[in-house]
Design a binder for this molecule. Structure first.
Ligand code: SAM
Length: 240
C-alpha cells in the first residue's frame, strides 16, 4: 500500500502511526524542510509509550509497533530513521505533486496543513490529488480553520479573522511566515467536489462560539456551524 503524507513537519504523525502497524510505503512531502529531528524523536518515544492507550490491534501488531518504534528511537538522524521506516522524503517548493505518477497512491493524509495552502494553490492541489490517488483511494485531512494568530495573542477569539475583509486581512495580518487561507469547512467540501472527489465523512472536533463577532460580508451566508468550527476532519474518495 502506498501512502503520502502532505505537510510533514517534525511530527510525521500519520505516516509513523500507520507504518508502525502495517507494511505501508510512505512518501512524506513538504514545500520546505520543516523537520526537527529532536522533536521527531520526542514524538516517536511519546507514541511508543502511548500505544497501549491509543489502540489495540492485537498482540502481534502491538509487539511489531513497539519494536519498530524502538529501532527508530535509536536512530541519530532522519536518514537513519527513514531507512528503518522505508520513508521517501520529497520537497517541492511550489507544492506541486507533478513528480508523482497517476493512480500511484492508495491513501493521502495531512494534519493541520490545508489551512496553510494559498487560495490559488488549493484547486491545483485538489486536482493533483484526484490524479495521483487510485480510483477508490482515500484522502484524509485534519483541517484547523481557527485564527492561528490566537496562538500568539492568547486573549484573541479563535475565529477572530472572520471580522476582517480581505483587504483588512491583507493589510494588517497576512504574512509570509505563516500563510493562513481563512477557508471554512464548506469551502473545502466544495473544493474537493469540484475536483470530482466524493465526500465520505466530515467531523467538527472543536468549535468556538462566534455569535458575538461582527462577521465580515465574505462569510455572511455561511452556516453558524461552519463559522464556529476550529478543528475539523474530512475524508474524501476518488470515485471507484
Ligand atoms: C502546521 S504544520 C503541520 C505539521 C505536520 N503535519 C507535522 O507532521 O508536523 C503545516 C505544514 O504544512 C506545510 N505546507 C505548507 N504549504 C504546503 C503545501 N502546499 N503542500 C504541502 N505542505 C505544505 C508547511 O511547510 C508545514 O510543514
Amino acid at each position: 500500500m502506498k501512502v503520502l503524507e502532505l505537510g510533514t513537519g517534525w511530527v510525521h504523525w500519520e505516516a509513523l502511526f500507520l507504518r508502525a502497524f502495517y507494511e505501508v510505503e510512505a512518501t512524506v512531502f513538504d514545500v520546505w524542510d520543516n523537520r526537527q529531528f529532536e522533536g521527531f524523536l520526542t514524538h516517536v518515544n511519546a507514541l511508543k509509550a502511548a500505544l497501549p492507550q491509543l489502540t489495540d490491534r492485537g498482540p502481534e501488531r502491538m509487539a511489531r509497533a513497539e519494536a519498530l518504534l524502538a529501532k527508530v528511537a535509536a536512530c541519530r538522524n532522519f536518514d537513519e530513521a527513514y531507512a528503518v521506516l522505508g520513508f521517501t522524503y520529497l520537497i517541492a517548493p511550489d507544492g506541486s505533486l507533478d513528480s508523482l505518477a497517476d493512480d500511484s497512491l492508495d491513501l493521502v493524509f495531512s494534519s493541520d496543513v490545508m489551512e496553510h495552502i494559498p487560495d490559488e494553490s488549493l484547486p491545483v492541489l485538489a486536482a493533483s490529488l484526484a490524479r495521483v490517488v487510485k480510483p477508490g483511494g482515500m484522502i484524509a485531512q485534519q483541517i484547523v480553520p481557527s485564527d492561528h494568530l490566537c496562538i500568539y495573542a492568547k486573549t484573541a477569539h479563535r475565529k477572530a479573522y472572520l471580522q476582517y475583509s480581505d483587504s483588512e486581512w491583507a493589510r494588517w495580518f497576512e504574512n509570509e511566515v505563516q500563510c493562513q487561507n481563512r477557508w471554512q469547512q464548506s469551502d473545502f467540501r466544495a473544493l474537493f467536489q469540484r475536483a470530482g472527489l466524493e465526500i465520505m465523512s466530515e467531523e467538527i472536533l472543536a468549535s468556538a462560539d462566534t455569535s458575538d463577532l461582527k462577521i465580515a460580508p465574505r462569510w455572511s451566508n455561511y452556516p453558524r456551524e461552519d463559522l464556529d468550527a476550529t478543528v475539523t476532519r474530512m475524508l474524501v474518495r476518488v470515485p471507484a
